[in-house]
Ligand binder design. Structure first.
Ligand SMILES: [Zn+2]
Length: 248
């Protein structure tokens, strides 16, 4: 399994892209969250190795803009450049609001004639652009067994747990400090956990975790400047960092 931190910033980051990840094994490439501009983020953080056309499915943890602002561009690129629908896996509580989030800009298309003059308009519905798959608590996506679990956040948000051929990876997504969630994630060979202010997980809570767990934990969604004078008790992910586990 190979995990790439495509973006590691929070909603207000001026230094890094918003948090999103690429999880790969064998022929399966899963994009975890999709901030704008996702093609540029993919290009820079994978050094040109992976583009939207290489992604098997986008797993959306939730609909906050720093995690989902690139969905429209992702879906248009799938439609106009790849001639397919955007495959999006998310919790039913996320899918319920997905179309509503982009409807104002995606529901109508202008078609022009050979002289570039307006010819007619057509209507689009969610099913025209999205191939949605509701996440269940445990399901197969490509080579991965993917488990999901709601976190403590403003809107429906899912943490994710990936089981590959031999390795496992847990991702907290956005959440307040939740010992039960951390116990669920701790089964992973590697765990990416968010930290930030307000309703997010305070770093002090993670720093108090057992050393064995901290050793395999990586911090994501951290505020700008957090890495300056960081005490190093838990390693910090930066944009473009990769974690390669043995079976890849
Ligand atoms: Zn959020």
């Amino acid at each position: 399994m190979k995990i790439t931190a495509l973006g590691t910033g929070d909603a207000f980051s001026a230094d890094r892209y918003s948090s999103c990840l690429l999880v790969e094994e064998g022929d399966t490439r899963l994009l975890i969250d999709c901030p704008h501009p996702i093609r540029k983020i993919l290009k820079e953080s994978t050094k040109g190795r992976v583009d939207v056309g290489d992604i098997d499915a986008l797993i959306l943890t939730h609909l906050h803009a720093d995690h989902a602002s690139g969905v429209e561009g992702f879906a248009w690129f799938c439609r106009f450049a790849l001639h397919k629908k955007a495959r999006i896996c998310a919790h039913p509580g996320v899918l319920e609001h997905l179309w509503g989030q982009v409807q104002g800009s995606m529901s109508e298309l202008l078609h022009v004639d050979d002289d570039n003059k307006p010819h007619h308009r057509s209507r689009l519905e969610a099913d025209d652009v999205f191939d949605t798959v509701p996440l269940t608590s445990s399901m197969k996506i490509g080579v991965f067994d993917v488990e999901s679990r709601l976190t403590i956040h403003h809107i429906p948000t899912t943490a994710l747990f990936f089981r590959g051929q031999r390795d496992t990876f847990g991702y907290s997504a956005d959440t307040a400090f939740d010992p039960e969630l951390i116990a669920w994630l701790a089964r992973g060979d590697v765990v990416a956990h968010e930290t930030n202010f307000g309703a997010h997980t305070p770093y002090a809570k993670l720093r108090d975790l057992p050393a064995e767990l901290r050793k395999k934990m990586r911090l994501i969604h951290w505020p700008d400047g957090f890495d300056i004078d960081h005490d190093g008790a838990i390693a910090v992910l930066h944009d473009g960092d990769t974690i390669e586990l043995q079976a890849t």
